[in-house]
Design a binder for this molecule. Structure first.
Ligand SMILES: *Cc1c(COP(=O)(O)O)cnc(C)c1O
Length: 385
């Protein structure tokens, strides 16, 4: 064994990648004297996103959650209209739907990729359903062809929560650009970060125009800045979702290093996969599955243990060794807010519950050394043998 049995290490769960050029990039914006959003630097980064991932339009936003709020505002939901999304996810979609006056309907995930269970989604479509929001969990794509097939037949929109899917692909296409609207997150827990931040992406001219207005407090200020109108005014219900150019300057450096970040994450992912293969063969744990149709961005590396007590035992032991391992998602349908305001108490989503109880995430970020990764592997082996 490469590690001494009881030696403490310090491997935090996450550390945001930082480019050596970030200070110069931020300084450039500060010295320009214009710190608000939708300025020179935002334009540069939006162009960068469009060139890298090929959505027709990319608009930087203050967060991934806010990009989803913009998407839901565009749907213009009538009271009681429904949006289907997995229960096994972060709270952003559900919040955005409720804020827009609609009702989130939680569905099951499939046990292979932990993304939306398409059959269950289809069963939950009603005459009030307006949209489905698949979540690309861990940087692995939901099965978009199947989802779009169902959605088109039932005349509902597909909005991708690609917060974790930036720079990952489904059948060659970048996640976020396949449905009608996609959202990215640049929160500092994600692969490419600005601290807080996100993007609204779409191929639709109409949605892009609306998004621009919603993002600028409901005004047509963007048209004004382009000289298309001679003054601007309040034309829709909006809010303030423009990312500051200071944060765009941080993000620019991350996107400049896109391949470096992706390559290192892949190497770590592969080290974990081969280092833990034997335990998987002995059925002590399950490893993540990446389908052939998907190119992952290796956002998360998780293992699935037998049950919740076993997961918690492994998690706590790793933490005792100084390794930041952590669970993921209390299912939304059993969260206090959903129980209280959506009455989801009787909803049964067994796969969601099982995954939520047995999943453990291991550290994965570019600054980890091979020794760090080997240390985590050795500790997991030591605990499970
Ligand atoms: C991180 C995340 C979000 C929210 O992104 P923010 O930029 O933090 O608002 C939404 N959905 C999923 C699946 C996420 O992982």
């Amino acid at each position: 064994m490469a590690v001494e049995r009881n030696k403490m290490t310090n491997i935090p769960f996450n550390r945001p990648y930082m480019s050596s050029r970030v200070v110069a990039s931020v300084r450039q914006v500060i010295e320009s004297g214009k710190l608000s959003g939708d300025g020179e630097m935002c334009k540069v980064v939006e162009k960068q996103l469009e060139q890298l991932f090929h959505p027709r339009h990319a608009l930087l936003t203050t967060s991934g959650s806010h990009a989803l709020e913009m998407a839901m505002a565009i749907l213009d939901l009538k009271r009681g209209e429904e949006v289907i999304t997995p229960s096994f996810t972060f709270v952003s979609v559900a919040n955005a739907v409720i804020r827009a006056g609609g009702k989130p309907v939680f569905c099951e995930i499939n046990g292979r990729t932990l993304t939306i269970d398409v059959k269950d989604f289809e069963r939950r479509i009603s005459k009030r359903t307006r949209a489905v929001v698949p979540v690309h969990y861990a940087g692995v794509s939901a099965d978009m062809d199947e989802i779009i097939g169902v959605a088109e037949a039932r005349n509902i929109l597909v909005i991708e929560d690609a917060a974790q899917g930036v720079n990952a692909r489904y059948k060659g296409k970048f996640l976020g650009t396949i449905g009608e609207i996609g959202s990215y997150s640049f929160h500092d827990t994600k692969n490419y970060v600005s601290g807080e931040g996100g993007a609204f992406v779409t191929n639709s001219e109409e949605f892009a125009r609306l998004a621009e207005v919603i993002r600028e407090k409901g005004t047509n200020r963007s048209n004004f800045l382009r000289g298309e109108v001679d003054r601007y005014s309040w034309v829709e219900l909006g809010s303030s979702y423009v990312l500051s150019d200071i944060l765009a300057a941080v993000l620019k450096c991350q996107l400049d290093d896109l391949d470096t970040i992706q390559r290192r994450r892949r190497e770590i992912h592969d080290m974990y996969s081969s280092g833990l293969k034997e335990l998987a063969q002995q059925e002590k744990l399950r490893l993540p599955h990446i389908p052939d149709y998907c190119e992952s961005n290796y956002h998360i590396f998780y293992i699935l243990l037998h049950d919740e007590p076993e997961r918690n035992r492994v998690m706590n032991k790793l933490r005792d060794f100084g390794i930041g391992a952590t669970f993921h998602y209390i299912p939304l349908h059993s969260s206090p807010y959903a129980l209280k305001s959506l009455g989801t108490g009787s909803l049964k989503l067994p796969m969601t519950d099982r995954v939520s109880g047995s999943l453990l995430r291991l550290p994965i970020y570019p600054q980890l050394t091979d020794d760090d990764v080997q240390c985590v592997i050795d500790r997991v082996c030591q605990i499970l043998r």
